[in-house]
Design a protein around this ligand. Structure first.
Ligand code: ADP
Ligand code: ASP
Ligand code: MG
Length: 814
């Protein structure tokens, strides 16, 4: 015999019930069948609502019950031809009347006992199974309907009754021995106690009913028909790219369901496992899909883990105190107290010092647990041996499950590193000694992110989703977005990175879209975006709590820099094109680097020096591999190089500067370039990155701009440049007269840094630097005779955006 169970969604509509009938027809061609049915989806919840509203004295239950009645009636009308549906309709009508009476009674006494609630709930399964049985009969599939309450005997723990297996098995066998029908139909979920009162087996309990029957009759298989094609590697409502698990062992399935994989009710596995009955989870709406086969042994698919689950609404109880150390019996007393209060313990951890025991339970039992434990330890608490029970809520349990875990080292390492990189704090950890499960208690607000990020780490063919937030939509920001759009395919195909821009902000407004901002239309969309300051934008980023988040600052604003610490402290990578952070006071710069280290994230600012040229990371590689930087010589201003390369006396100095600005080679305020301040910031950053804690004041700057050029607005500046043409002409003629050219050079030597205009000869390393190029020469222990040279375009929106892009990729891969 086969046992088939159909869940709430499988009997949720007339169309679904028709599919169920076809599945049963196929199944009973070859074998006799027992079919277990749930209530129509949502009915149990609605019945609970009705009961609770009656208990409050509210007559809302009348409408709720009549809605339940109408839904069933409409389904029956759809399912049956006109003539032969009266029996079932009458049955539903009388049932609803009975429910109205029951609820009226509850309303009058203002009390809903667990016993009465069970009675109310039983109608959901009774009616649904009656409808299906009638429909099967209508389709010439002769069957026998049997009230499961007459077969499944339990204790009187209403709502969560424990099965008396000896009596239940005896009754089921007796029933089947005497039943001539090849097809037997049963309502799931319901049972009765020794006095005949209705009990229920816990929410989702119809699966259990089916397993109890299957075990009692030694069925060949138990099929659980639901609305998904089997057990998935994670809850499909939480994670997008879940995979179907084709084979799984009983123990793995048990662990997964225990820790939240709702597709199967946890107690279901036990009875069938004992009998070795295979369980097949199938999809009523896609019966051709393979589904999941649960057996004693399963083919290993070479995965380290089988699935990831989480349960929310968890409360953590901690019993702590020096009085516990070395004295046996504390934990026994704790668990006895919890057990007497009928509290289900989900997870336990104990510190090796025995100083504390930490227990995870369902949130709804928190108050009862506190009372029970504090009264058990009243004496010890009074004499100060232990603390009153600490109760903390708002947690979830995250679990990684797989029999194979014991053969693979490093699963927990990978798990906790991944969580750490995403700023997910772990409150407690438990690992079963069977090494089939590693669980961690985390804050519920991190649960979705945690499951997704672990799923990606363990299951996604190497594909990783990067969530990018961009502050600044100016020239560089715009180019960066263009590049990200153009490279999307390459990134997914070649690097297996799905880089998604999920937020874009300018100084007034922001666009935030979890599914990705439209990179074609963002510049118009943002005009209708939310009005948000940078603080609002970054708060929203933190609030969104997405995995692998990267924040990109392509502004020149000090306000944006102020937000870096809080982002880094949430393990969000910060990619700064903005130079303010790395060149502000040393304390700030080092604080940001420390934060990145502490929170396992990245603070990258490659484009601060030499735009897209790989200067800072090369320097980092040299130092990490044990080299030491002795001297740096550099031309670090694309603007100044452009200006002095193009200023040959044919046009005025002011005109050449304006051309540089028009072509996008200058800072928004070109005085930062012309005064040498920008170059000073860059050599300062290189000196710091080489390990020297210099400040801006330590950089000697021999500027060439007359004082008057530095006051006033940018327009005033151009006017002053124009008025001082003779000064610039003099500098030029002086150099030309000696056969030299002008270069603005930054140097760092022996711990000291300086910047200034120099006249250099044709043999100088920088003599042939053309256009807006930059060059950096590193003299190190390894490169002592001939320096390591990095040279190329050192300004321009395209190359700068490319440098930021490279930083994003680097941050994504660490
Ligand atoms: P039924 O009413 O058929 O008993 P349930 O709603 O109890 O169905 O269980 C099926 C649901 O379980 C799926 O729709 C899915 O949302 C959820 N679920 C949670 N975790 C998993 C998982 N790991 N694999 C498959 N489904 C899961
Ligand atoms: N109808 C019950 C519930 O919703 C039992 C079940 O569907 O398995 O919990
Ligand atoms: Mg279910």
């Amino acid at each position: 015999m086969k046992v088939l169970k159909f869940g709430g969604s499988s009997v949720g509509t007339a169309e679904a019930i028709e599919k169920v009938v076809e599945i049963i027809r196929d199944a009973c061609c070859t074998d006799s069948c027992a079919v277990v049915l749930s209530a129509m989806q949502g009915t149990t919840d609605a019945l609970i609502d009705a009961g609770r509203s009656a208990e409050r004295g509210d007559d809302g239950y009348i409408e709720t019950l009549s809605n339940i009645g109408e839904r069933h009636t409409a389904t029956i009308r759809k399912l049956f031809g006109k003539e032969n549906h009266t029996d079932v309709l009458d049955f539903v009508e009388s049932t609803i009347k009975e429910l109205q009476n029951l609820c009226e009674g509850v309303r009058l006494v203002r009390e809903l006992s667990a016993k009465t609630l069970d009675r109310i709930l039983s109608f959901g399964e009774i009616v649904a199974s009656r409808i299906v049985a009638a429909k099967l009969g209508d389709e010439d599939l002769e069957n026998e309907w049997k009230d499961s309450r007459l077969l499944i005997r339990t204790d009187s723990n209403h709502g969560f009754a424990a099965v008396d297996f000896a009596e239940t098995n005896r009754r089921i066998k007796e029933y089947f021995d005497g039943s001539p029908a090849k097809l037997n139909i049963f309502p799931g979920f319901i049972s009765s106690d020794s006095r005949g009162y209705t009990t229920t087996l816990g929410r989702g309990g119809s699966d259990y009913t089916a397993a109890i029957i299957a075990a009692a009759v030694n069925a060949t298989t138990l099929e659980i028909w639901t609305d998904v094609s089997g057990m998935m590697t994670a809850d499909p409502r939480f994670v997008r790219n879940v995979r179907q698990i084709s084979h799984i062992t009983y123990r793995e399935a048990m662990e997964l369901s225990h820790f939240g994989a709702k597709v199967i009710y946890p107690p279901t596995i036990q009875p069938v496992m004992v009998k070795g009955i295979p369980v097949l989870i199938k999809n009523t709406f896609a019966p051709e899909d393979h589904g999941t086969l649960i057996e004693a042994e399963s083919t290993t698919e070479n995965e380290m883990i089988r699935g990831i689950t989480s349960i929310d609404k968890i409360t953590v109880l901690s019993l702590e105190g020096s009085g516990m150390v070395g004295i046996p019996g504390f934990s026994k007393r704790l668990f006895d107290a919890l057990s007497r209060a009928v509290i289900n313990v989900i997870l336990i951890t104990q510190s090796s010092s025995e100083h504390s025991i930490c227990v995870a339970i369902e949130e709804k039992s928190a108050d009862t647990a506190k009372l029970a434990v504090d009264s058990e330890f009243e004496y010890e608490i009074n004499v100060g041996k232990i603390e009153p029970l600490k109760v903390e809520s708002g947690f979830s349990i995250l679990a990684l499950v797989g029999d194979n875990m014991k053969e693979h080292t490093g699963v927990s390492g990978k798990m906790f590193t991944t969580l750490g990189h995403n700023g997910i704090n772990i409150h407690a950890i438990a690992q079963g000694s069977s090494e089939r499960n590693i669980s961690a208690i985390i804050s519920s607000k991190d649960a979705r992110k945690a499951v997704n990020t672990l799923h990606e780490e363990f299951f996604s063919d190497g594909n990783k989703q990067i969530n990018v937030f961009i502050a600044g939509t100016g020239t560089v920001g715009g180019k960066l977005i263009d590049q990200l759009r153009a490279q999307h395919e390459h990134l997914t195909d070649e690097l297996r990175l799905n880089v998604r821009v999920v937020g874009v902000a300018n100084s007034r407004r922001a666009l935030l879209a979890n599914d990705g901002v439209d990179l074609e239309s963002y510049s118009t969309d943002i005009t209708k975006g939310d009005e948000l300051t940078i603080v609002g934008f970054t708060d929203a980023i933190i609030e969104q709590n997405l995995r692998n988040s990267v924040f990109v600052d392509v502004t020149a604003s000090p306000d944006v820099v102020e937000t870096y610490p809080k982002l880094l402290a949430k393990s969000i990578s910060v990619i700064a094109c903005n130079k303010i952070a790395a060149s502000s006071e040393y304390g700030k710069y080092s604080q940001l680097k420390d934060l990145a280290r502490e929170f396992g994230t990245n603070f990258f600012f490659e484009t601060n020096v030499g735009a897209g040229l790989p200067v800072i990371h090369t320097l980092g590689d040299l130092l990490r591999s044990g080299d030491k930087v002795n001297r740096i010589e550099a031309v670090l201003s694309g603007t100044l190089n452009f200006v002095f390369n193009n200023y040959d006396g044919t046009s005025k100095f002011a005109e050449v500067v304006r051309q540089a600005q028009d072509e996008g080679y200058t800072e928004p305020d070109p005085r930062l370039d012309l005064s040498g301040t920008d170059v000073a910031r860059k050599i300062l950053i290189l000196a710091r990155e080489s390990g020297h804690p210099l400040e801006m004041e330590d950089i000697a700057n021999t500027g060439f701009l007359p004082e008057s050029c530095l006051a006033g607005s940018v327009d005033d500046f151009y006017r002053e440049l124009d008025g001082n043409e003779s000064h610039f002409r003099e500098l030029l003629d002086d150099a030309l007269g000696k056969g030299l050219t002008l270069k603005y050079i930054a140097s760092f030597d022996n711990g000291k840094a300086s910047v200034g205009l120099q006249s250099i000869g044709p043999d100088h390393n920088f003599a042939n630097l053309s256009g807006k190029d930059n060059a950096v020469l590193f003299y190190t222990n390894r490169y002592s005779e001939q320096p390591l040279v990095i040279k190329g375009a050192g300004a321009g929106a395209d190359v700068t955006a490319a440098g930021v892009f490279a930083d994003i990729i680097r941050a994504s891969r660490t």
